[in-house]
Design a protein around this ligand. Structure first.
Ligand code: NAD
Length: 261
């Protein structure tokens, strides 16, 4: 079986280094190139805690993709650059697997149209941890019976966007399950409201990525909680998306669409 050639963008970041480790550990994948604005010219291996790989960090994404011709680009960068990175990849005929959060709904719609036009697969997932996907699915199920709900998302202090992409996606899924009966959002000064669901964001050192979804009913509450205690938790989902995106011809938003749930 031919190895899948993978570009990692944001390779010097927290998630990027984890992806470099995960890709290098796969016999059916090759790290084709690593892109970041930090650590240019450095071998990405030692940065990720591995021996030298021979792949050095490049700063110019278009140049790196054109020269190394990967099939897949994995992006864990920043909310303000991810859109142009995805557009650049599609332009170069490279399939994006995107974990960077902060893309707006209308931007995802525009990208979906671009993918169909180019007949290229793309996976965008606000959370690649399978447990978080289960949390979203279970929240959707619970919301049809217990429509009063609030979300608390908790992340490390370096996270740039809030509320988290996972919380926004959970709110969207809950809203779909509640159908015609959206919750009265109440006064705006507590947290943020998305799709009629109130979301609270906590940012503290010591945290990785956590979410609670609390449902309230008559004389009872139901709390669903997921904890990513290490960034390894995202890697099986990222690797699955790299494998699946090769045969897709459209954009898929959410890991749940790649899993048999
Ligand atoms: P980080 O700040 O540690 O890493 C981001 C890296 O991107 C940095 O090394 C930075 O230099 C690099 N970068 C910035 N602009 C760039 C550009 N134009 N081209 C190339 N590289 C560039 O951040 P992180 O903790 O690794 O998180 C990255 C993103 O992933 C965030 O949006 C975060 O919310 C998201 N995230 C998603 C999941 C998921 O499962 N989908 C999980 C964890 C984090």
């Amino acid at each position: 079986m031919a190895r899948i050639r993978v570009a990692v963008v944001g390779a010097a970041g927290r998630m990027g280094r984890e992806v470099v480790r995960a890709v290098c550990a796969q016999q059916h994948m090759t790290l084709a190139t690593a892109v970041d604005l930090e650590h240019p010219g450095e071998d990405v291996g030692p940065l990720a805690g591995l021996p030298e790989t021979g792949v050095t960090i490049e700063q110019d994404l278009r140049q790196a993709l054109s020269r190394t011709r990967p099939q897949v680009m994995v992006d864990f960068t920043r909310p303000d650059v991810v859109l142009s990175n995805i557009e650049c990849a599609l332009d170069c005929g490279v399939r994006p697997v995107v974990g960077t959060t902060g893309l707006k709904a209308e931007e995802i719609e525009r990208l979906a149209a671009l993918c169909e036009e180019r007949e290229l697969g793309c996976v965008i997932a606000p959370n690649f941890a399978v447990g978080a996907v289960l949390l979203m699915k279970m929240s959707q199920m619970a919301a049809s019976v217990l429509p009063a709900v609030e979300i608390i998302e908790l992340h490390h202090e370096g996270k740039l966007d809030s509320p988290s992409g996972t919380a926004l996606k959970t709110a969207e899924m809950i809203a779909a399950a509640r159908g015609e009966a959206p919750q009265e959002p109440g006064p705006p000064e507590r947290g943020t409201v998305s799709h009629g669901v109130r979301i609270h964001s906590v940012r503290l050192p010591g945290l990785v990525a956590h979410q609670e979804v609390i449902f309230g009913g008559l004389g009872q509450t139901l709390t669903l909680r997921h904890d990513s205690v290490s960034r390894e938790s995202f890697m099986p989902g990222v690797l699955l998306a790299i494998e699946k995106v090769i045969s897709l011809r459209k954009l898929v938003y959410g890991l749940e669409h790649l899993l048999d749930l």
